[in-house]
Design a protein around this ligand. Structure first.
Ligand code: AAL
Length: 390
């Protein structure tokens, strides 16, 4: 069924393209039944072009409908969250992974509720935000069905100065480890944009996903030394449990132009509050932004969005470290936080993902700038009908 879902998506795309072709040419003489020839499963024994060679060497399977790491993405507006009619004073963005506890889904996210929308770093004050993720707190919401969400309140406030995050706490992700919960997030010590988007990662912990949360008030994943690729920022912390250890993937930006030169790496720990050891092969990704990752079979899969030569690709590493491109996609979720049923329990048998939350930003203006959370659906699972995926 999983393969037929992909096949359906492919056929829908073909029908769409056919429609566009008919509209453009006006002939209507186009075969709509599918490809005139099918892609052989095994590599044909004949000289092939570079593109056809690559089809058999680079991707998991030559036919996208057989490739479990090939998917399109569908988006649905959420019910239940208020945005002050989009005036830019309320923003919700950068959702964590979704987890299921106590019979419901939980998500944590960056929330900004300021008197005015972001004004840029030069105009920022103690109450005027520089960026959409400045002067923020970490809030959480729960849901029975993944479409209607009820905001439960604040999980992590900004701590008093000079603790990491006194200026803003943002971009959380969740870990469950030995029946305790850990939120990792960016802890800003200056308004974002002052020098760049510079910050370290800090954490809070709780006995229940409903809190109360205790801030550790220390840097948990430290920035690299001067001259290293991750010296300025550790962004988008993304913990999974893999091979019995905490695998925390993160993004950093080379230099001070985070939008252009982005890479991501890995820090590994035996204890949630560290010490975290950076992987010697870092960075592990040369592209992407808020990369979403999940256990898949014996390895880890990753969806890379904008930035870099390998933007809009889905990648796979059988060892969680050496990623190769498994497929190329379009419109992947921005800052995706998937529902990963086995994020902390995969045990070498990762099942994949079928839905999650992501965000949309009305960027480009300071007059109403804010972000909204949305739901995405996809098929990056071994079996889309597996009840654990729902
Ligand atoms: C997002 C994330 C991080 C950045 C900012 C808020 O795209 O990569 O969280 O710091 O933007």
């Amino acid at each position: 069924l999983s393969a037929s879902f992909r096949s359906l998506m492919r056929n829908e795309m073909l029908v769409l393209l056919t429609g566009v072709f008919i509209a453009l040419t006006g002939t209507g003489r186009v075969e709509a039944q599918g490809f005139p020839w099918d892609i052989p499963q095994t590599k044909p024994d004949r000289p092939m072009s570079a593109a056809m060679e690559r089809l058999y060497s680079q991707y998991l399977t030559p036919r996208p409908e057989d490739n479990e790491l090939f998917s399109s993405f569908k988006y649905t507006k959420l019910e239940g969250l208020d945005y002050h009619d989009g005036d830019g004073t309320i923003s919700r963005r950068d959702p964590s992974k979704v987890i299921r506890e106590n019979g419901k889904y939980y998500v944590w996210y960056t929330k900004r509720h300021t008197a005015v929308p972001p004004q840029g770093s030069k105009s920022s004050t103690e109450t005027i935000p520089s960026t959409d993720w400045d002067l923020c707190e970490i809030w959480y919401a729960t849901s029975q069905d993944g479409f209607t969400w009820e905001e439960q309140g604040i999980a992590v406030p900004r701590p008093p100065k000079p603790n990491p995050g006194w200026r803003s706490v943002s971009t959380p992700d969740i870990l469950k480890w030995k029946d305790k919960y850990y939120l990792y997030y960016q802890g800003f010590l200056e308004a974002s944009g002052t020098k760049g988007d510079h910050c370290p990662v800090t954490a809070s912990y709780a006995d229940s996903p409903d809190g109360p949360w205790t801030a550790c008030n220390q840097v948990v994943v430290p920035n690299g030394d001067a001259g290293e690729w991750d010296q300025y920022s550790i962004h988008d912390p993304y913990p999974l449990v893999y091979q019995g250890k905490i695998y925390l993937y993160f993004k950093a930006a080379f230099g001070d132009r985070p939008e252009y030169l982005v890479a991501a790496g890995l820090a590994i720990a035996d204890n949630p509050l560290g010490p975290f050891t950076k992987h010697p092969l870092n960075p592990l990704f040369n592209s992407g932004h808020e990369t979403m990752l999940f256990p898949f079979k014996e390895g880890i899969a990753a969806v890379l969005i904008h930035n870099g030569n390998e933007a809009n690709t889905i990648q796979y590493a059988p060892d969680g470290v050496n990623f190769e491109i498994a497929s190329v996609t379009t419109l992947p979720p921005i800052a995706g936080g998937p529902y990963v049923p086995d994020a902390f329990t995969s045990d070498g048998d990762g099942r994949g993902i079928a839905w999650g939350l992501s965000h949309f930003t009305n960027a480009g203006t300071h007059t109403t700038q804010h972000s909204t959370l949305a739901r995405f659906d996809c098929d990056l699972s071994l079996d889309i009908d597996d009840p654990r995926m729902k």
